[in-house]
Design a protein around this ligand. Structure first.
Ligand SMILES: CC(C)(COP(=O)(O)OP(=O)(O)OC[C@H]1O[C@@H](n2cnc3c(N)ncnc32)[C@H](O)[C@@H]1OP(=O)(O)O)[C@@H](O)C(=O)NCCC(=O)NCCS
Length: 193
């Protein structure tokens, strides 16, 4: 799936040197959109720096190019102005490798421009790269989204995700007791349900 992103933005995977700015941006996301995540500021602000460094290998930021269009991306400018992020992590699950998409967030002033969709597509490309993988012909990228979050659910479905659970059955948000999640998956080598 080709990454679709407006020309004034760029997506880059983080490196361990981004750990501090990652921590700052993630805590801002948790504080700004507390009902969108299953974690909280109070839980994550005490995380050791090693955790943030380890997470950078599975996280990407979207940055706004200050003087678009340009192929010359100033790293210091990028570090200063992240506008969105997404991450994933892999879990063992029998013969079907499974990964979870987590932490999708776009700063409110940059929403509605395609940045969130492009970040989701970045995660799909990391977990379900195009081409044939004979070692792992079946792979799945899964996520959970609050059942009241219908606009976000529609976005994922437009990007190829399908509902795994017909009745919205899943874990409860710790930050939003009483709500449930819809489980969506994007599959490779499997018929979706
Ligand atoms: C969800 C989110 C990342 C979308 O980012 P974005 O950059 O606005 O996404 P896009 O510009 O690619 O738009 C995606 C589509 O979803 C719709 N959409 C998604 N979330 C929306 C929101 N909160 N408000 C309005 N529209 C929203 C857009 O209208 C758009 O639909 P369209 O393509 O048919 O016009 C962003 O709204 C956000 O950070 N929300 C809070 C955190 C959150 O809910 N994360 C997801 C947890 S599962």
């Amino acid at each position: 799936m080709a990454t679709r992103i407006p020309s004034s933005y760029v997506i880059r995977q983080l490196t361990p040197t981004d750990a501090l700015i990652f921590r700052k941006f993630r805590l801002e996301a948790l504080a700004t959109s507390p009902n969108s995540f299953s974690s909280t500021v109070s839980r994550e602000e005490s995380f050791a720096m090693e955790i943030w460094e380890e997470r950078t290998a599975r996280t990407a930021f979207a940055f706004e190019l200050v003087t678009p269009p340009s192929d010359q991306v100033d790293e210091s400018t990028l570090h200063a102005h992240p506008v969105g992020m997404v991450g994933y992590y892999r879990v063992e699950q029998g013969e079907t490798p499974l990964a979870h998409l987590v932490g999708l967030w776009v700063h409110p002033t940059h929403r509605g421009k395609g940045v969130g969709s492009a970040l989701v597509e970045w995660a799909v490309e990391q977990v379900l790269p195009s081409g044939t993988d004979t070692a792992n012909p079946r792979r799945r990228l899964q996520l959970e989204v609050g059942e009241r979050n219908k606009q976000v659910t529609s976005m994922y479905e437009r990007l190829g995700f399908r509902r795994l659970n017909a009745d919205g059955l899943s874990m409860e948000y710790t930050s939003c007791p009483g709500t449930r999640d819809v489980v969506l998956s994007c599959d490779q080598g499997m018929a979706t349900v």
